[in-house]
Design a protein around this ligand. Sequence first.
Ligand code: NAD
Length: 505
Amino acid sequence: MTATGALEHAGPVPNDVPIPPDEILVAGEWRRGAGPESATVDPGDGAVITTIHQASVADVDEAVARGAVAAAGPWRDLLPHERARYLHRIADGIDAHAERLARLQTRDTGKTLRETSALVASAAGTFRYVAAALETFDEELTTQRGPSLTMSVHDPIGVVGAITPWNSPIASDAQKIAPAIAAGNAVLLKPAEWTPLVSLALGRIIGESGLPAGLVSVLPGQGSVVGDAIVRHSGVGKVSFTGGTTTGRVIAHAAADKLMPVSLELGGKSPTIVFDDADFEAAVAGIAYGIYSSSGQSCIAGSRLFLPEARAEEFLDLLVATVRRLRVGHGLDPRTQVAPLVHHRHRDSVAGHVERARADGGEVLAGGEVPTGPGYDAGAYYLPTVIAGLDNSSATCQEEIFGPVLSVLTYADEDDLIARANDSVYGLACGLWTRDYRTAWRVARRIEAGTVWINTYKQFSSSTPFGGMKESGLGREKGRRGIAEYMRQKSLYWGLDAAPHPWAG
Ligand code: NAD
């Protein structure tokens, strides 16, 4: 085993997190879902946390019908600053329950408590930012070009669907619910099958904010049943989806049939590039964080590392030593840096990718195996892994693994580097490590990615747009335009001409 140092502290950790009851939120009413029962598992120890009855298609129909009534009611006509008050209350509610929410999410997703605490804080921050942006969201008086005063204004859509993945539930839920209700809509949230608990807990907090009943539903269930019913429902006017590119494409096809707008936040295979003038120590830390935090289960994980040929060996020595020191353990253990993967099935899929990399000639420089021993055997753990010796065209460098697996490539020439960094169906993120701002500017502008981090990685700001290029998605979340994505633009012409219309009389 290459990473024995990482395994020293494994052991039992307290698991005393209050679990939500077996109820889902259907348009203001908490009740048992009419769909099948499913178990949700703590990937840290394999224990069943609880079972939840999922939503049924009939639950979706009811949530749409009652959501439409709630959206058409007084909510639609509240002034922006009045709606903003509810968003602030939700943010306060999240803060008040922050520790419980973070612990619940750690149990459900496996993530470290440090990460889930940050996600909970980010969810509260999203509601506050959207509230502030809503209060200052100006409609536009467009330049007059004739005898009318012209305006561009925005209407709500009505009922919108929000479909989220399992990797960062509360943050991705907030990123959709906050702008959707701010814009005047009702929302149906469909969390991922493996991780419904924190979304249901968020539903309770939203309910306590005094928001009109029916405006928000939380409908856990199978994507192909509950998610599909939301997407295809004639009463749903927009879907915002975060998840895999294959699912995104299915949703885009269904949306095309209805001519419905969709926002798609999809997968990634992001390059991180080290230049020979970089601060190697900072780059090693940033790159390790960029791929191994969240155990690599992050759409923006920097999973392809490009090193300058002349200094690759020197950099790799530092990197591999750092990776071998990373502490692998249960998410509730405060010493843990790399927590388990979300589910044993997903861990096995990651292990399968590494076996294929080996079969294709990849050299495993660190990790590359499932840790064993007390504290690990029952969980969905996988060691942080570094693989060298594969070409950028290999499956390992082209397919999203969504696990703690970093592929290392080298380059000698900037044009070739950019061509290979861009040689991916994805275009979500990129990291650049250099001391030369001219290099950073030149390369950042040529990289096909929605976000480029320079001498940092995985930093987020709710005021800065986020989204993908190419098969990483359509549309943008966050920022002021994140709210406009949930609105329908409308133009108003106010006639100013005192003279009668030419057809009059
Ligand atoms: P997934 O695509 O399997 O599922 C995402 C959600 O879609 C789940 O709630 C699922 O139940 C639902 N779903 C599945 N099939 C559906 C269908 N036919 N109709 C409607 N809904 C359906 O993704 P996942 O495995 O949960 O999450 C991992 C993926 O998410 C990765 O590819 C990752 O890159 C991506 N992701 C992207 C971002 C981003 O912002 N770009 C953020 C996080 C995760």
